[in-house]
Design a protein around this ligand. Structure first.
Ligand code: APR
Length: 321
């Protein structure tokens, strides 16, 4: 990494920055809890607040087994759209800063991500210490209770022909006049056909079940292996020094509960959020930090002493290209 000389104007209070950096330097066991706000500056919408509606649907209402059973075509339109958006998005400096810190700190820093968009893995975040609590948009599994079919890292876009996002002729590309532009199907004014189950992908193993996205829906358990790894970190009995709560409204459990678990093991809490009202439910304590603003601007600054100044070439190296 390049030298740690600070060249950009600070986006955080210098006293808070110094006390956080001092604590980070002396912290051994660290957690980060990530939410959709981490990817907001990559252009991906969050779930709650502005951008939380998909057409007329509350995004969280489409994320249930019941919604899939009722209208799998609609739920797939929503998830195929999210896959498409995530594939078109790029990791931002916050993803890279976390990846760089994770590489440096190894096993003693684990990252619990609620994000399914694939941007942390694409930023080179080491897989061993990145725990995807809510699965991945790019995993596909069979929806049948009797079938264990699971396919990892499927990036086919659209996931099947019937789910192709409608386009209109593009006018902003002077070189390729045949270019097409995606229509924004998150907007209810864009008509969308209803898709029968027969046109959706079916399981290649059992031949009968519908394929569904490999994400955790409301009412479902978190992936067993991920839970075991997180439990092992907490059950080691050793003190936890710091938990960073980044870009999450801290409203969904069990993820939000990890803040209290870490605090109970001695951790100080650092919140990074655009909205200071989205502190963890148990509130802020003396010695905690609230860094209000865009995670993409704040994280590189918080970690600068450890990872140096994040340069374009560092981010390319992390991403492996
Ligand atoms: N930088 C930092 N924080 C931001 C930014 C940003 N650029 N933009 C938005 N935020 C904050 C918002 O203020 C909000 O607190 O990110 C948070 C996003 O909250 P939610 O939309 O509730 O997302 P998240 O906490 O990840 O949701 C948890 O709920 O619907 C389920 O499974 C889904 O994983 C998701 C879970």
């Amino acid at each position: 990494m390049a030298s740690s000389a600070a060249s950009k104007p600070s986006v955080v209070d210098p006293t808070d920055l110094k006390s956080f950096q001092d604590h980070l330097k002396n912290s051994k066991r660290i957690l980060a809890l990530l939410g959709a706000g981490l990817s907001a500056s990559s252009g991906l919408p969050t779930f709650r607040g502005a951008g939380g509606l998909w057409r007329t649907h509350d995004a969280t209402e489409l994320a249930t087994p019941e919604a899939f059973a009722r209208d799998p075509g609609l739920v797939w339109q929503f998830y195929n759209y999210r896959r498409h958006m995530a594939l078109g998005a790029k990791p931002n400096p916050a993803h890279y800063a976390l990846a760089a810190l994770a590489k440096k700190r190894g096993d003693e820093f684990i990252t619990l991500s609620q994000n399914v968009d694939g941007l942390s893995p694409r930023a080179g975040h080491p897989a061993e210490t990145l725990k995807l609590l809510h699965g991945s948009l790019f995993d596909l599994k069979c929806s049948s209770f009797f079938c264990n079919h699971m396919e990892r890292d499927n990036y086919t876009d659209p996931v099947c022909p019937a789910l192709a996002i409608p386009t209109e002729p593009g006018t902003d590309n002077p070189i390729d006049t045949t270019a097409k532009r995606d229509l924004d199907i998150s907007n209810i004014s864009v008509p969308l056909p209803s898709i029968p189950a027969s046109e959706l992908p079916h399981c290649p193993t059992c031949q009968t079940g519908l394929i569904r996205p490999g994400v955790v829906w409301f009412g479902e358990s978190l992936p067993g292996k991920v839970m075991d790894d997180v439990d092992a970190f907490f059950d080691s009995g050793e003190q936890v020094d710091l938990i960073m709560v980044i870009g999450t409204s801290s409203k969904v459990y069990p993820a939000a509960g990890y803040v209290d678990d870490a605090r109970a093991m001695g951790a100080r809490v650092a919140v990074v959020n655009m909205d200071r009202r989205d502190a963890p439910k148990s509130g802020m304590c003396e010695g905690d930090w609230m860094f209000e603003g865009d995670a993409a601007a704040i994280l590189p600054e918080l970690f600068r002493e450890e990872i140096g100044e994040l340069k374009e070439e560092d981010m390319k190296d992390l991403a492996g290209n």
